[in-house]
Design a protein around this ligand. Structure first.
Ligand code: ARG
Length: 469
């Protein structure tokens, strides 16, 4: 074994001046192959473009650049087909790729790292991979939004209670309830797009810390790799992980939304609500209780969100104490990103299946439309008669208290012995009440009247038609 080698024989890129081999304890915490594997494809693509940029600025001949570019493309194909498996004992994916390229092409591969550092290299592959994952999540969110719009459009006539404090509050259309899940996802789309734009600033060509010594054309590289802009300061660039934090935040906010939807669906599928039932393919049984059909899908979506919140905190904590430029701590930036993007993608896919698959129990929804949901409607009718809302509220509160005291519905107060209707409420006014009227009164933007919900759906469909590349 020569100096600068790892104890298992792997060669470090930087080992030339070292007289001892790496201590196994350092090696164990230093090597990052498992967490680096998702970077492999982007690193191979970026290296091919970098080779061509080196030829443009005269560091490589055209022939050398094309040998490297072809060799890297072959390596990429072999990686994707499984014909080349990166050495699990390499220090990192960049080392494994350079070692394999050198084994295949010989000396020309040793020129590829000219002017480049792993500091700008890892930042490049990381940004490309993050942008790619965000694109996948954007597509998944679009699918979930479409399922929501489908369910809303198909169920415009059904009414249900809306809840505040988990207590029945006012009647709404089921379609309105469905669409209440569309809009947070639309904000998630905006956040994911912003995070992707942030990731798509090209760092390649800033070197280790101070810039490129051979006048490389960073804008050309950025264009070739699909970046939208180039970073402006080499010191900032190699230590910048804002894009990763923002990507994880966008995913975490999305996961938190999914978790709230999950909680709602879980509640609604309990026997106490009975508003939805799960198809067998989306439910699980109990190993002991033969009667059970459990909503594990949504419980898992809700539970897995916890890890994603941890990932966001990990990443913010990782960067908060770092001096400017690259510090090796930054190697720990990848696991939180891989996990939270994976949690978001699989969580959204699970919720799409849930929204498409749940069965609404219409008789139960109808039965839940109790009289108390009409209390605000009575007050609103009094307002129409010219009574100030605060006075109307107090009159209706009186009826509601009587109904509660006798365990009867609001409309029954008119006939119930021992109850009396406070003026100006009449028995006729109470018997004329309907949930449908209460719903239809709320027809301004954001309301639950048919026209307002149809407006939402139309707007949602326009948003769904926008493509995000
Ligand atoms: N594996 C390292 C990382 O992910 C690559 C960068 C190493 N750079 C360095 N100066 N040691 O951060």
């Amino acid at each position: 074994m020569t100096s600068g080698e790892h104890s298992d024989g792997g060669k470090a890129l930087w080992g030339g001046g070292f007289s001892e081999n790496m201590h196994p304890a350092l090696q164990r915490i230093s090597f990052s192959m498992t967490q680096d594997l998702p970077l492999a494809i982007a690193d191979l693509i970026a290296s091919g473009v970098y080779a061509r940029a080196l030829a443009q600025c005269g560091v490589l001949s055209d022939l050398e650049a094309s040998e490297l570019d072809t060799g890297l493309a072959a390596l990429l194909a072999d990686f994707q087909s499984g014909a080349w498996i990166p050495d699990a004992n390499a220090e990192d994916i960049h080392t494994a790729i350079e070692a394999e390229l050198t084994a295949r092409l010989g000396d020309v591969a040793k020129k590829l790292h000219t002017g480049r550092s792993r500091n700008d290299q890892v930042n490049t592959a990381f940004r490309m991979t993050v942008a790619d994952r965000l694109t996948g999540i954007l597509d998944d969110v679009r699918t979930l939004q479409s399922e929501i719009v489908n369910r809303a459009s198909a169920d415009m006539d059904t009414l249900m209670p809306a809840y505040t404090h988990l207590q029945r509050a006012q009647p709404v259309r089921l379609a309105h309830w469905c669409m209440s899940m569309f809009w947070p996802l639309q904000r998630d789309i905006e956040r994911l797009l912003q995070a992707r734009a942030r990731a798509l600033e090209s760092p390649l060509g800033v070197g280790a810390i101070s810039g490129h010594p051979f006048g490389i054309d960073r804008e050309w590289i950025a264009d070739e790799l699909g970046f939208e802009s180039v970073t402006q300061n080499s010191i900032d660039t190699v230590g910048d992980r804002d894009f990763a934090v923002e990507a994880v935040f966008a995913c975490t906010m999305l996961n938190v939304h999914l978790s709230r939807f999950a909680e709602e669906l879980s509640l609604f599928s309990s026997a106490e609500y009975g508003f939805i039932t799960w198809p067998d393919s989306l439910a699980t049984g109990s190993s002991l209780m033969p009667n059970k059909k459990n909503p594990d899908l949504v419980e898992l979506v809700r539970g897995r969100c916890a890890g994603g919140i941890g990932d966001l905190v990990s990443l913010l904590t990782l960067v908060k104490g770092l001096a400017l430029g690259y510090q090796r701590d930054l190697q720990e930036d990848k696991p939180p990103v891989w996990r939270s993007t994976w949690l978001a993608a699989t969580g959204v896919q699970a919720m799409s299946a849930a929204i498409a698959g749940i069965v609404f129990n219409h008789p139960r929804l109808l039965a839940a439309l109790s009289d108390d949901l009409l209390a605000t409607e009575i007050a609103d009718l009094l307002v129409v008669q010219g009574i100030p809302f605060r006075d109307a509220h107090s009159v209706v509160a009186n009826i509601a208290a009587q109904a509660r005291a006798h365990g009867i519905g609001l409309r029954d107060v008119a006939q119930h012995p021992g109850c009396s209707l406070p003026a100006p409420i009449t028995a006729q006014m109470l018997s004329g009440l309907s949930h449908e009227d209460a719903v239809e009164r709320r027809d301004s933007i954001g309301g639950t009247a048919r026209i307002a919900v149809e407006r939402q759906i139309t707007r949602a469909k326009v948003l769904l038609s926008v493509t995000h590349g």
